[in-house]
Design a protein. Structure first.
Length: 454
């Protein structure tokens, strides 16, 4: 990394950052009390609030949001007349998946082969540390040249919309000239990347009922309608023969214009098994950044171990639909619901319950903030120019902020590059990426302040 005072300070702070990230990762902050006690999220929120107070933030508050979770807010005043920059991250994390597949305890930050492993290490507790490192480096080198607001969300992974609704009810709270969302990632390690688009999402729970209770498959099978079989047919109707998403009435032919994603690189990043084909048609970038994508997240059905010879009376599944920019998530929800209801066979009773929704997002990459970020990334990644990519995931708050503050410039960076394996087992963060992006964010704040004075 090019020697400069900010980079030198960040490098000296990395051991402390590792200790703090280990403390934050230790909280089992899945924002679902059915998975871990709510107290785990509350403890994580208290940790973030304490960290902000320790950096001199004012008005630090743990906000009780309408979805019964907590987000943390703080204000660090800058020089008089300086612009205001909002820094975002979230402390809640995804569930563990197959806990036995973790190679080290998921809530114990563990170093292997130069990476730090643990749930939330990249997504997005590492983002909290990225913001703290950038601010600490600036404070040690002349001060923070902008007003800084920090908001750390407590339910981003659940998609329950608590912070969005809170922001809408308190529109002055998060007002800013620029917003840095620290929840995406470089296209790959060492390639500085800003994310220009995010797919939105809708999540529904579909339930099917056919009988008053389970029946013996020998006595009644063959005529008794099987709810699980009906559900399987419904779910299969959401994909064409090539695996592409097919929701009745929902367009799925958009083309991505920008950074390409070679198929060989994608297969490696996604760890696709040898001989297994990719699904869908068109370029990989089309499929993951510009088109809708359906995923069955879970099915309630009897486990193989202990299963009885029964025709199932009830079955249900959680279905996620990623919605690309240009498509309205609410309309997509209606189309998905209508599709599920229309494709349910045998007159089975079907119910569809929406459990999450967020709009897609498209940034204005021609704004002055992007120029400031491009220059900052060039300092942090010598010899590399900023790349612009899409992201298949969703950050519902982005559209809320864009609607509340239409003049604000919104940038998306972060630590979730492909090797991080966010949402999967053995999630990890690259400490080199954490260091470089912290340097970049610090220089961005300097550059942005200067651009507003010019």
């Amino acid at each position: 990394m090019t020697a400069n005072p900010i980079a030198g300070t960040v490098a000296s702070l990395m051991p402390r950052a590792r200790t703090e990230l280990a403390e934050l990762v230790a909280f089992r902050s899945v924002a679902d009390p059915a998975v871990f006690p709510k107290s785990e999220c509350e403890a994580a929120a208290a940790w973030v609030a304490g960290a902000l107070r320790g950096e001199g933030f004012q008005d630090v508050a743990v906000l009780d949001t309408p979805d019964d979770t907590q987000s943390v807010y703080g204000l660090l005043p800058g020089p008089e007349g300086a612009p205001t920059v909002l820094l975002y991250a979230h402390y809640d994390v995804q569930p563990l998946g197959d806990e036995d597949a973790w190679l080290s305890p998921p809530f114990e930050l563990t170093e292997r082969a130069g990476r730090w492993y643990g749930r939330g290490a990249a997504d997005c507790k590492g983002g909290v540390l990225m913001h703290l490192l950038a601010l600490r480096a600036l404070k040690a080198n002349g001060g923070v040249p902008v007003n800084v607001k920090v908001i750390v969300e407590g339910s981003e992974e659940q998609g329950t919309g608590g912070l969005e609704r809170y922001a809408e009810e308190h529109p002055e709270l998060l007002a800013a000239d620029a917003v840095v969302i620290g929840d995406t990632g470089n296209f790959r390690v060492g390639l500085p990347t800003v994310t220009a688009t995010l797919r939105g999402m809708t999540m529904v729970r579909v339930g099917i009922d056919t009988l008053e209770g389970n029946l013996h498959s020998g006595q009644f099978g063959g005529a008794a309608p099987d709810a699980l079989a009906a559900l399987i047919r419904v779910l299969d109707s959401l994909r064409a023969e090539d695996g592409s998403t097919t929701v009745d009435g929902l367009a799925a032919d958009a083309v991505w214009e920008g950074l390409e994603y070679p198929e060989a690189d994608f297969r490696k990043d996604a760890k696709v098994l040898d001989g297994v084909g990719l699904i869908g048609g068109g370029a990989v970038a089309d499929r993951i950044w510009a088109r809708p994508a359906v995923t069955v997240l879970g099915i309630d059905c009897p486990p193989v171990v202990g299963a009885t010879p029964s025709v199932q009376a009830h079955a249900r599944a959680t279905v996620s639909l990623r919605v690309p920019p240009g498509q309205d998530a609410a309309e997509a929800t209606k189309l998905l619901t209508a599709h599920l209801e229309a494709r349910t066979p045998w007159g089975a009773r079907v119910s569809v319950e929406q459990i999450g929704q967020g709009q897609a997002f498209r940034a204005d990459t021609s704004s002055p903030a992007y120029t400031a970020m491009a220059d900052a990334l060039r300092i942090a990644y010598p010899g590399q120019d900023m790349q612009i990519a899409g992201q298949g995931g969703s950050i519902p708050l982005c559209n809320t902020l864009a609607g509340l503050y239409p003049q604000a410039e919104i940038l998306l960076i972060g630590l979730s590059e492909p090797e991080a394996q966010i949402h999967a087992v053995n999630e990890s963060v690259s400490p080199e990426e954490l260091e470089r992006l912290s340097v970049a964010e610090a220089h961005f704040l300097v550059n942005y302040a200067a651009s507003r004075r010019a």
